[in-house]
Ligand binder design. Structure first.
Ligand code: HEM
Length: 449
């Protein structure tokens, strides 16, 4: 193991030990060790020559994401691998990011979600009905695959104005996941030059080529004719830089890929966790079912149901506490800084970890237990505002939070209201370094009488 003095006040954690409750060690495994050993202090990961500082304490996060956020950009180290797929627009920093964020954020504002509400709900309801029809014929279905299908149907009108046939949208989803998984392998070793082949490179290229093949012609066609609509792709096609220049086809393409990844992978994977945990906690599932019956009462889901599905929302929040899909956020210090006694020299890479924060015993009683009751309004108010950040915080915080909440709450309630859902897996949940369950989650759905 190469030696290096860690900054004063910081605990050093080397990679390598297997971690309880997880299939693999990997980057997430190493972070778990930081949790065990540093207990909220700033830690340091040793990944060969790459040694990011690991931050999980809410006060430290507050410093980086809010109080001194100007000193912390996304930088390159942890983002380099992802940006080969998503470019420098919405997943970047500076002026191109600002342009993308303004366009996407306005497209996901409450008013726009209201405008898009009907096509979204129609797509969601028919996707759930299709799932029900298929599930009746089969003894069980794969939860992740089905949640991806539903999410792709919901996002098609919102992201693409339904320009992409549904089958192509599913193919796009598979290609983005393939490319992403390939790219993520490089995240743990950003010091390895791209010219050096790594496992995952081939699937990255295959996935990325398919993505370009599907999206390229759609964007090109749409750019050649004026378009009108509230969907995100139309907004990007009509969007401009502050000097009036339109966004380039490449900028739009990368942002669409980033959105697809940010808005569909995360949502489907979180819904998959919801089913797994409801299967483990029948009393919670029963309460979710009762709430769905009370609020939906067998009728079609509507937007105004969301704020009445309070318990379902608490359950989803608790799922995201235990299994936050964005389990690590990369930042780089521009200038020298000191956080709680730990010197942070300019150029340092920081791995902020919502996964660790959500399991700090100082902020969460029995942190490994699944307890939706932590998310009553009073409990949220009483907690440190940065003890819970599945959607990030500060300038880059998730612009899709309201969209996801609406989508996920209504999907769960509609399914519970229409079907008896049985989760066929048992045993304690174990998860991989991509924050997915180790085993496929199988569901049996039977129409309610
Ligand atoms: C379970 C669902 C989701 C989770 C866990 C999640 C999580 C996050 C997190 C942690 C960030 C902050 C990244 C950072 O600080 O570097 C983020 C950013 C972002 N999310 Fe989400 N997200 C989810 C759903 C969505 C959806 C549905 C959309 C789109 C409709 C979306 C679009 C975005 C975008 C565009 C950004 C980049 C914002 C920026 O850099 O300014 N997300 N998301």
């Amino acid at each position: 193991m190469p030696t290096l003095s860690p900054p004063a006040g910081c605990r050093t954690i080397a990679l390598g030990k297997t971690v309880r409750g997880m299939c693999t060690g990997g980057l997430l495994g190493a972070l778990n060790q930081v949790q065990e050993q540093s207990n909220g202090h700033i830690g340091q990961l040793w990944l060969g020559p790459f040694r990011p500082l690991v931050v999980s304490h809410p006060d430290h996060l507050d410093h980086i994401l809010r109080r001194n956020s100007g000193n912390y950009t996304r930088g390159t180290a942890l983002w380099k691998a992802l940006r080969r797929l998503t470019g420098n627009g919405i997943t970047g920093d500076g002026a191109p990011w600002r342009v993308s964020r303004d366009i996407i954020q306005s497209g996901l504002s409450a008013r726009c979600l209201q405008e898009m509400g009907d096509p979204m709900l129609t797509a969601m309801t028919s996707a759930v009905e299709d799932l029900g029809r298929r599930a009746v014929r089969e003894s069980s279905v794969d939860s992740l695959v089905e949640m991806q299908r539903i999410v792709h149907r919901v996002i098609n009108p919102v992201f693409f104005g339904s320009r992409i046939p549904q089958m192509q949208c599913d193919r796009l989803g598979t290609a983005v996941s393939t490319a992403l998984r390939g790219a993520m392998r490089r995240m743990a070793v950003p010091f390895v030059p791209l010219a050096v082949p790594l496992p995952g490179d081939r699937s990255f290229r295959r996935g990325r080529n398919t993505v370009f093949e599907i999206l390229g012609p759609v964007i090109e066609r749409a750019r050649n004719r004026p378009c009108d609509g509230a969907d995100l792709m139309t907004r990007m096609l009509n969007g401009t830089h502050p000097d009036g220049r339109p966004l380039s086809a490449e900028h739009i393409m990368y942002d669409v890929i980033a959105l697809f990844f940010a808005g569909s992978e995360t949502s489907a994977a979180t819904l998959n966790w919801v089913w797994l945990l409801l299967g483990r906690h029948p009393e919670v599932a029963a309460e979710v079912g009762r709430e769905a019956d009370r609020v939906l009462a067998g009728g079609p889901p509507r937007r105004e149901h969301v704020r009445r599905l309070t318990y379902t929302h608490m359950v989803i929040s608790e799922v995201m506490r235990l299994y936050p899909l964005a389990w690590m956020l990369g930042r780089t210090a521009i200038g020298d800084d000191v956080i709680d006694g730990t010197p942070i020299p300019a150029g340092t890479t920081l791995a902020l970890s919502p996964f660790l924060t959500h399991r700090l015993p100082q902020f969460w009683n029995r942190p490994l237990e699944f307890e939706p009751g932590r998310f009553t309004r009073e409990a949220i108010r009483a907690r440190h505002p940065l003890a819970y950040l599945p959607f990030g915080d500060g300038a880059h915080s998730c612009v899709g939070q309201a969209f996801f909440t609406q989508e996920a709450t209504l999907v769960v309630a509609t399914m519970m209201n229409r079907y008896d859902v049985t989760v066929l897996n048992d045993g304690p949940p174990r998860f991989t370094w991509t924050m997915n369950p180790c085993e496929r989650v199988r569901l049996r759905l039977r129409p309610r009488g």
